[in-house]
Design a protein around this ligand. Structure first.
Ligand code: F6P
Length: 329
């Protein structure tokens, strides 16, 4: 079989490790792998990764050392052309013309939604791997990139705590997570933050003010408030303004961590999970599966239909929210 692999949507640390696992597993089991550059744009254009010795197909050595590298060597994109029927038609034709039998897209919900649309007009197999720092997909405990993003956010927040203590300030630190508070909650617990604002729970400005006044009376010098970018009230700057208008008892500053969280060498957990998932994706294709995303639940590698992943709502476990509250109080 000829298997195409590509990265799509926001890049995530560990995507390279996943590609490496796909290439090594597929070749060792007698398949060919074509690396597709620039996500769905590359599928449309037939933009294939060129290996020095193997040309259009990737060789075992072409992915040497990839597991420790951040970013996406195959590049990534959020393809606007693929959102059009013409773009998808062109993609299907390109896959057919290059005798590609199966695809392994590595990405988040947008990537899997694209795969569902492609499957309507192309009869190859598609098995996805969850690559997004947001950890917002059902069908897996952890997505590729999440662990590294939490590590990066934690390092940054710890540093900010130092200066916050020196100046007896409150910091509102915005972390990524368009629709998800996973990075915010994990980083907040890891850093001993006092407050987290996330889209999954209501953010109550006057309740936060009361709480801050209480912390001030208790002698707290510095406050870390972690704000998920997708919080329903607004971003860190908006929440900061609202707190000021409502009598915030601390002097405040805001920091937006932004794309910093998407870069850097992947953590051991991300490398391991990405490798396990890449291998499982090839095996799933080999076994004839189609329209599923590989995930890891506990110790098991599982496959979940794309529609179930896309339609599901990934909640933050109550025990984590409770833990955050208990530690902050
Ligand atoms: O989906 C991953 C993510 O990093 C989100 O957390 C964030 O909202 C978004 O991508 C940013 O996307 P872009 O890089 O296109 O601005």
């Amino acid at each position: 079989m000829r298997i195409g692999v590509f990265c799509s949507g926001g890049d995530a640390p560990g995507m390279n490790a996943c590609v490496r696992a796909v290439v090594r597993t597929a070749i060792s089991e007698g398949h060919e792998v074509v690396g597709i550059n620039r996500g769905y744009d590359g599928v449309i254009d037939g933009d294939f990764y060129q290996s020095c010795n193997e040309g259009m197909t990737m060789g075992l050595r072409s992915v040497s050392g990839w597991s420790k590298e951040g970013g996406a060597f195959l590049r990534s994109s959020r393809s606007s052309r693929f959102r059009t029927p013409e773009g998808r038609q062109q993609a299907a034709q390109t896959l057919q013309a290059n005798q590609i039998d199966a695809l392994i897209p590595i990405g988040g919900d947008g990537t899997l939604t694209g795969a569902i649309e492609l499957a309507k007009i192309w009869d190859g197999q598609i098995v996805g791997c969850p690559g997004t720092i947001d950890n917002d997909l059902c069908g897996t405990d952890f997505t590729i990139g999440f662990s590294t993003a939490v590590q990066t956010a934690t390092d940054a927040i710890d540093k900010i705590r130092d200066t916050a203590e020196s100046h007896e300030r409150m910091f509102l630190i915005e972390v990524m997570g368009r629709h998800s508070g996973y990075i915010a909650v994990h980083a907040a617990i890891a850093c001993g933050a006092e407050i987290a604002a996330i889209p999954e729970t209501p953010t109550d400005i006057s309740g936060i003010i009361d709480y801050l006044k209480l912390l001030k009376i208790r002698g707290k010098d510095s406050i870390m408030m972690i704000v998920a970018e997708g919080d329903e009230v607004g971003d860190a700057a908006t929440i900061n303004r609202m707190l000021a208008e409502n009598g915030c008892p601390f002097s405040t500053r805001t920091v937006v961590l932004g794309h910093l969280q998407r870069g850097g060498s992947p953590s051991p957990e991300d490398r391991l999970r990405a490798t396990q998932m890449g291998l499982a994706a090839v095996r799933a294709i080999h076994d004839g599966q189609n329209g599923v995303m590989i995930g890891i639940k506990g110790e098991d590698t599982i496959a979940t239909p794309f529609l179930e992943v896309i339609n599901g709502k990934r909640a933050i476990p109550d025990h984590l929210l409770h833990l955050l509250d208990t530690m902050a109080n």
